[in-house]
Design a protein. Structure first.
Length: 146
């Protein structure tokens, strides 16, 4: 077991677990790809040299996927089904929602509830909302000057 962490065997850091808590605390359900694009958008460009789009996606989401794995082990997050494209949906447990309230500096009473059951239908509406949030967070393109 040399080199393995006992508390976070997937090797996640506080920073990436914080990203996951903040994103899922606000959006309630998201894919690892969406969490990465909101929490660490700079990784999108860092892995642009990979040979295929699937390798790029795997490389840029690896840190957040590890964080989700460690958080699932600690009872903070869970897999909530999958999208129509086959991506795993992730959501917080009640314990995770409490941790997210700390990260977001909001009282737990204002956090709403968990998103259990969203994945049973593929969560098409929440995924569309998440993509809208990502589009609003994206910096304006320099090519679109008037």
């Amino acid at each position: 077991m040399a080199g393995k962490r006992k508390t976070n065997p997937a090797g996640s850091t506080n920073s990436y677990r914080g990203d996951v808590l903040r994103v899922l605390g606000a959006l309630k359900v998201a894919t690892a790809d969406q969490i990465q694009r909101i929490g660490a958008p700079h990784l999108t460009f860092r892995h642009a040299d990979k040979k295929s789009p699937s390798k790029q996606k795997q490389a840029r989401t690896a840190s957040h996927t590890g964080a989700l794995s460690d958080m699932r082990r600690h009872g903070l997050s869970e897999n909530g089904g999958s999208t129509a494209t086959g991506d795993s949906l992730r959501n917080l447990t009640l314990k995770g929602l409490e941790a997210a309230s700390y990260e977001l500096r909001r009282p737990v009473t204002e956090m709403g509830s968990t998103a259990r059951g969203a994945g049973s239908s593929g969560a098409s509406h929440p995924m569309a909302v998440n993509e809208t949030v990502i589009a609003l967070l994206r910096p304006p393109s320099r090519a679109c000057k008037s």
